[in-house]
Design a protein around this ligand. Sequence first.
Ligand SMILES: [Zn+2]
Length: 255
Amino acid sequence: MPAHDDKETLSLLENFLKLNNAVNKSVAAPEKQMPKIYSLFCSDSRMDSSLLVANPANHMFVTRNIGNQAIGSIGSVDYPISHLDSIKLAMVIGHLNCGAVAAAYNSSRSLNPESAGNDFDAIVSKTLEKAKGLRKAYIHSEGEDAISEELAPMSMFFSNAAHIIGNDEHQFLPRHAAANVHFQIACMLEIGELRTKVEQGKLVLGGAIYDLFGRYGPVGSLYLININGNRDIGKTSILDSIRPRLRAPSYPMKF
Ligand SMILES: [Zn+2]
């Protein structure tokens, strides 16, 4: 392997290690982790844990991948929910201008949709059923194929739900980001003990969109669009006590 003499890159490494040492000296981790929040969000470098909570260390267990997908990261979703009883809130967070959502949308246009009528939940169920069979293929692919296959369940969903999500030029990607959050939440409700914990009131499962650009309100607004699998958050009684303090939803999330 050739020696790497790019000064800028080596400086990045040096500072990375320095900062890591500084953090480790100032924050001693407890023996056992006790996070209260679980978050599944996109690997996009513009997203950061510290944007979501002030002190993420030992407070928020995180799974990140392209397109904030539960499918393909089942173990990383199931482990914290099933084994860390300290977690009371689980959040799936999508964002505007998500490259994974755009790529999945582009792939979806060459797929043949499977008809499941106009019911959003029926389309989600039908897509999930098919998507489960795709996961085994992930380890056999690489490069662009691996990216496409990782996004394949989302592409299938966008294809099957195209007539509901729509294709308005200004709305379609924000609406796809929201639709994907709903789709991933439906998937999470089938993983391990998650649905049972939600039904027993031990866990609240939320879905939200992060507005990095201030397109629908102040920059950094987080719009709640799903609670415990319910897409109509305006009528969800679980939110009644905090509803007056929630940001009025202006995100195009209706399905
Ligand atoms: Zn993204």
